[in-house]
Design a protein around this ligand. Structure first.
Ligand SMILES: [Mg+2]
Length: 265
C-alpha cells in the first residue's frame, strides 16, 4: 500500500540517516525538502546511549544545522514516564554518563544505593560491577524499566549488542522481563512525538531501517511506515516479517524522489 498522505515525519537515525560516522545517501537533502515544504519532523531514536544534546552535536558534525537537529529519544520517553509514574523515586540507571546527565537535568534522582526503580538503557560504558548490582536490584523486586528493545545497534563493519541483548542477559540471570519497554515499537513514544509536532498519528510517517521496531509502529501506533534498506533490514527479512511497511526504499534519497513525485502527481 503506498503512502496516502503525510503531515509529519518521524525519522530514525542509526541505519537510516547515518551509519556510524557517515551520512547515508539523501540524508541532508531529505531534511532540506521537509524544511522547504514546512513539514514538521523529529529524529526519533531508540538509542539511549547518547543524550539528545550528544545527538545534536553528532548531527551538526555531519553537516546538519543545529536548528534542524530535532531529536526525540527513548531516553526522553523514559524521563517522561518516570516523571508521570514514579515522580519522587530514586533511580538506579544502567546508562552512559551523557544519559545520566540528561536524567539529572530533568530532576530525576539517580542513586547507587537504596534505589526504588531500576532502569536499563543502552550503556556503552557498562561495567560488570554495575551489571551485577542491577541484577541484584531485580532479584530484590524493584520495578524494572527498559528504554528500548533493540537487540543490535548497527555500526560500521557489524553490530554492537544493544539494550535488548542486555535484557536477555538479565533475564538469564534473574528470570525477569522488564515491566515496561519504552521506545519503538511501544506506541507511547509516537503519541508523545505526534502531540509535540501537532500532527494526527494517522498522518504521521515513520521512516526507519528496522522491521521489529520502526515498522512495527504501523501496527502498534497506527502511523504510516517507510522501510529504508540502508541499515539492518534486508529484502529477505521483509518477506518473512509480520510487520509490513507502506513503502520500501533503498535509502532516503529514493524516498525523496518518491515524495517529489507524489507532490507533483
Ligand atoms: Mg535504525
Amino acid at each position: 500500500m503506498p503512502l496516502t498522505e503525510f503531515a509529519g515525519f518521524a525519522v530514525d537515525m542509526d541505519g537510516t540517516f547515518f551509519l556510524g560516522d557517515r551520512l547515508l545517501p539523501g540524508a541532508l537533502e531529505f531534511i532540506s525538502f521537509l524544511r522547504a515544504k514546512g513539514i514538521p519532523y523529529r529524529f526519533l531514536t531508540n538509542n539511549s546511549s547518547k543524550s539528545s544534546l550528544a545527538y545534536v552535536g553528532k548531527l551538526q558534525g555531519l553537516g546538519l544545522k543545529a536548528e534542524d537537529a530535532l531529536i526525540y529519544s527513548s531516553g526522553d520517553a523514559c524521563i517522561g514516564y518516570l516523571q508521570q509514574n514514579f515522580p519522587e523515586a530514586s533511580v538506579f540507571l544502567l546508562g552512559t554518563p551523557s544519559l545520566q546527565e540528561s536524567f539529572k537535568a530533568a530532576g530525576i534522582r539517580l542513586v547507587e544505593d537504596e534505589a526504588q526503580v531500576a532502569v536499563l538503557a543502552f550503556d556503552t560504558t557498562l561495567t560488570y560491577a554495575r551489571l551485577t548490582r542491577f541484577c541484584d536490584l531485580l532479584r530484590a523486586g524493584l520495578p524494572y524499566i527498559s528504554t528500548h528493545p533493540d537487540i543490535n545497534c548497527p555500526v560500521p563493519g557489524g553490530y554492537a549488542p544493544d539494550a535488548g541483548a542486555m535484557m536477555a542477559l538479565v533475564r538469564a540471570s534473574t528470570g525477569r522481563e522488564p515491566d515496561i519497554v519504552l521506545g519503538k515499537p511501544n506506541p507511547e513514544i509516537m503519541r508523545q512525538l505526534a502531540a509535540q509536532i501537532d500532527v494526527d498519528p494517522a498522518q504521521l510517517v515513520m521512516v526507519g531501517d528496522r522491521l521489529y521496531t520502526d515498522i512495527a509502529l504501523g501496527q502498534t501506533a497506527g502511523v504510516q511506515t517507510v522501510l529504508v534498506l540502508s541499515g539492518e533490514a534486508k529484502r529477505e527479512h521483509l518477506a518473512v516479517s509480520p510487520y509490513q511497511p507502506d513503502l520500501v526504499c533503498e535509502d532516503l534519497s529514493e524516498l525523496l524522489e518518491f515524495l517529489r513525485g507524489w507532490g507533483s502527481a
